[in-house]
Design a protein around this ligand. Structure first.
Ligand code: PHE
Length: 349
């Protein structure tokens, strides 16, 4: 077969192959096969060896031209395939910016925590500073130091969680009073948020675990009307200026006189509803003038100093502010519920 016939044959199989390949790897394979040291084009060199010296330059040129022609086809195909492959890869990696995003959960502040912070912030603006006492405490701080009689029913195992060695879980935040009175000197103006525990049957309205905010002020010449004025000033700050406040006489061993603070039902505006048990009022705090026995036990002279104290129930307030009907919602800790609450009431707190 002559060189030209051979070249025609090579060209046609080359072109056929070139059209059938689909990846840049195939191009590399063809490059070695045709243009490699022992490749198809190299094998044409034998025609040069056998040719006469006159024909040799001409044949050499034909072989070179063929080589250039075929390799430029190969380069073009290589470029096309590389572009295609890149497009394919991009298409696979592409991000569809129109797809709805996965919800991003930032976490949400617990409604009880929000109320605690808000209440503390309001009392801070009234000049109170934050004090704390342990949740796991002793009978002395939770009861005896607060003038509870030895046989007071609250001390019963049914109400209080007792632990070995005289320990108990505090049933109210009033233990803060005793701790701080023993360690500090008046004047004292303290606000103390914290957890409390009572051995109660869990229901939609009561729980074994809840929060209170204790406040007290001890100084010379502290009077009862100051306490009433403080309560009248505080509740509108939390519930809005329209909220009405009323006081009822009540009994707590550690205050005298003692009272209970009610606000007009925020749900029915005192018309009477299920929430306020058709009384039109909601109980939100206990308060009173600190009993002289409490001061004297803590070695604060009750002839010189007086004080008032109050304790606010936190869950009740969070339920009112956020329209939560079941106190167990707070301990179920479902972030979706808290998110909904936050969205619905973002304007409240
Ligand atoms: N500690 C009382 C309670 O648990 C509330 C209270 C606090 C009452 C301070 C009077 C003064 O209910």
């Amino acid at each position: 077969m002559s060189l030209l016939d051979q070249i025609d044959q090579i060209r046609s199989t080359f072109m056929e192959e070139l059209y059938s390949i689909s990846s840049s790897k195939d191009v590399e394979r063809m490059r070695i096969h045709y243009f490699g040291k022992k490749g198809t084009i190299a094998s044409l060199m034998r025609f040069l060896r056998d040719a006469t010296p006159e024909d040799r330059p001409n044949l050499g040129k034909i072989i070179n031209d063929t080589k250039e022609e075929l390799s430029s086809h190969l380069e073009n195909t290589q470029k096309r395939l590389l572009i295609q492959e890149r497009q394919h890869r991009f298409a696979k990696e592409a991000i569809d910016v129109t797809l709805p995003a996965e919800p991003f959960r930032l976490g949400i502040e617990h409604p009880v925590q929000k109320v605690l912070q808000e209440v503390v912030a309001i009392f801070s603006s009234f000049g109170f500073s934050v004090g704390l006492a342990p949740d796991l405490d002793t009978e002395h701080y939770n009861f005896t130091g607060l003038n509870f009689a030895e046989d007071h029913p609250a001390k019963d195992m049914q109400d209080t969680f007792y632990f070995p060695k005289d320990y108990l879980l505090r049933t109210h935040t009033s233990n803060v009073q005793v701790h701080l009175m023993e360690n500090q000197k008046p004047p004292m103006k303290i606000i103390a948020p914290g957890k409390c525990f009572r051995n109660e049957t869990v229901s939609s309205r009561s729980h074994v675990f809840f929060h209170q905010i204790e406040g007290f002020y001890i100084d010379q010449n502290v009077c009862f009307t100051e306490l009433l004025e403080l309560m009248r000033a505080f509740w509108p700050k939390l519930f809005g200026t329209k909220v009405k406040v009323r006081f009822r006489p009540s009994y707590f061993p550690f205050v005298e006189p003692g009272l209970e603070v009610d606000i007009a039902c925020t749900q029915c505006q005192s018309q009477g509803c299920k929430l306020c048990k058709y009384t039109g009022w909601l109980e939100v705090a206990g308060a009173g003038m600190i009993h002289p026995n409490v001061l004297d036990q803590a070695k604060i002279d009750s002839e010189v100093y007086q004080g008032y104290a109050f304790g606010i129930g936190v869950e009740r307030i969070a339920m009112l502010l956020y329209g939560i009907e079941d106190i167990r919602t707070f301990s179920r800790n479902d972030p979706r519920v808290f998110e909904q609450v936050a969205l619905k009431y973002s304007s409240v707190l």
